[in-house]
Design a protein around this ligand. Sequence first.
Ligand code: UD1
Length: 342
Amino acid sequence: MKVLLTGGAGFIGTHVHHQLVAEGHDVVVFDSFRPDVHARRPDPRPGLIIGDVRDADAVTQAMDGIDTVVHLAAKVGLGVHLDDIDDYVSSNSLGTAVLLKSLGNVHNLVYASSMVVYGEGRYDCDDHGQVAPGPRRTEDLAQGRFEPPCPYCGAPLRPDLVTEDAAMDPRNAYAASKLNGEQLAAAWARETGGRVTALRFHNVYGPGMPRNTPYAGVAAIFRSALERGETPRVFEDGRQRRDFVHVRDVAAAVTLSAAALPHRPPFTAYNVGSGTVTTIGEVAAELARAYGGQPPVITGEYRLGDVRHITASSDRLKNELGWKPAYDLQTGIKDLLGQDRW
Ligand code: UD1
């Protein structure tokens, strides 16, 4: 394949680049080196285009000779301030739209999506079956009531794994922009006969994770605290559930999906998680243990944009494309704590 890799200089992109090259593909990295992520901008060189996906001319030129596009370029994170809302829409929704209209004769697209499109994960009530909890209420969170109750009877719910056909319920600006990108890509595929695979990444961690930015994932935040000799601060009661998937397993999923595109339907979405449910408290404890640092503290703090539990089944990706994650959390955490290396 000759691949244009947008966001190829970022955390996930660097690993995807490495994996594609290792498998013998030609890769052109297209990255804006946005200053809120990258401290420095390198000089352009063969195989590297410094450009913004919102620049239609630059993207159109970059398509020369390309047969597959992997679109990772995005503003990531939770949507820390409402002030960011237009930047999410511009970087992610508009960025994807401009990329799509500039694809020309390229028919194969992998789109980096996220578990955030689902909002809260799957929940079951003993009496009411599968239910969708409402938005989290400040008064509940402030009083330490973190578990969402059944919207009909108020009973405790059992969290479970979401599958790709679950209802979409984006709960912050980032989530809305990522879902919008999926929808735009699906519209492109319908109109052009192209094919898109949307990969809904779970909590990605591993070497090269961004540090010390408000947009950093929790594993990097905990690692930074330990490196400063501080205690990792676990929000809520630490029992919120996630799935931490190693960045090299994610890179393998991207590569596999890209190679399979010529034989795929117009639009497919796959969850990409390790398959192991972990609580944030467990991740903090494992990181602290592996680092030999202070044990974590459970603070009861909360962030309004956070969901309580989100964990997904990645069986579809395993069954249809033969993807198999290689890292368990313990091995992955050792890797995260080691030297940053590829
Ligand atoms: C993360 C990603 C999001 C991605 C999604 C995929 C980030 C910032 N968010 O969202 O881009 O699409 O996974 O599922 O990378 N927490 C603490 N202490 C802290 C910081 C956070 O306990 O210092 C808790 C949060 O309250 C939350 C959990 O850790 O319950 C996870 O937070 P975070 O790493 O931001 O990830 P998600 O919100 O799951």
